[in-house]
Design a protein around this ligand. Structure first.
Ligand SMILES: [Zn+2]
Ligand SMILES: [Zn+2]
Ligand SMILES: [Zn+2]
Length: 165
């Protein structure tokens, strides 16, 4: 049997691996990379993919024709009434927060976890309901939009509460 194999904890996957599973790197104090070879490859792959898609969109939008296409597409999208309402409603809420008219709580109104919650328009994005917001965290907000039934129920509750005043 060979004598003790030196194990090293990989910085990313936190697994103890023999030094042979790490790339040598003389520039580093320990003479080896902090990540195991597997993690190193994984990281390189994601980085490459990310760069490639970034590069592709850069090339695409460097062509004026494509830029016009993108602009037209986004204009068309913004012309859809529900999109515009949604966009406007968000802008209004953002401005209201900035000017102190609306106070963004520091916890989720649904699960209570402390976070920077998002404004959810439970009455829809109509002009008169612009300030009808609750403050779910990202996860709860996601859930609200994915489970419209439970929202309808909630909306009824919240709306009747709000209407009382
Ligand atoms: Zn690793
Ligand atoms: Zn939550
Ligand atoms: Zn929402």
């Amino acid at each position: 049997m060979p004598e003790t194999v030196v194990l090293r904890r990989c910085y990313s996957c936190k697994t103890e691996k023999p030094l042979t599973d790490f790339y040598k790197n003389r520039a580093l104090p320990l003479g080896h990379e902090r990540q195991c070879i597997e993690c190193h490859k994984k990281m390189n792959r994601t980085r490459k993919l990310r760069n490639r898609s970034k590069e592709r969109s850069r090339i695409f939008s460097s062509n004026p024709e494509n830029r016009a296409y993108l602009r037209a597409k986004s204009n068309k999208y913004m012309k859809l009434p529900e999109v515009r309402f949604k966009h406007n409603a968000r802008q209004v809420v953002k401005r209201a927060i900035d000017t102190g008219k609306l106070i963004r709580p520091n916890r989720c109104s649904e699960c209570g976890k402390s976070c920077i919650p998002q404004a959810h328009h439970y009455n829809g994005y109509d002009k008169k309901h612009r300030f009808d917001v609750i403050w779910p965290c990202r996860e709860c907000h996601d859930l609200i939009h994915r489970l419209p039934d439970s929202v309808a129920e909630r909306q009824a509750g919240v709306a009747s509460g709000g209407m009382a005043g």
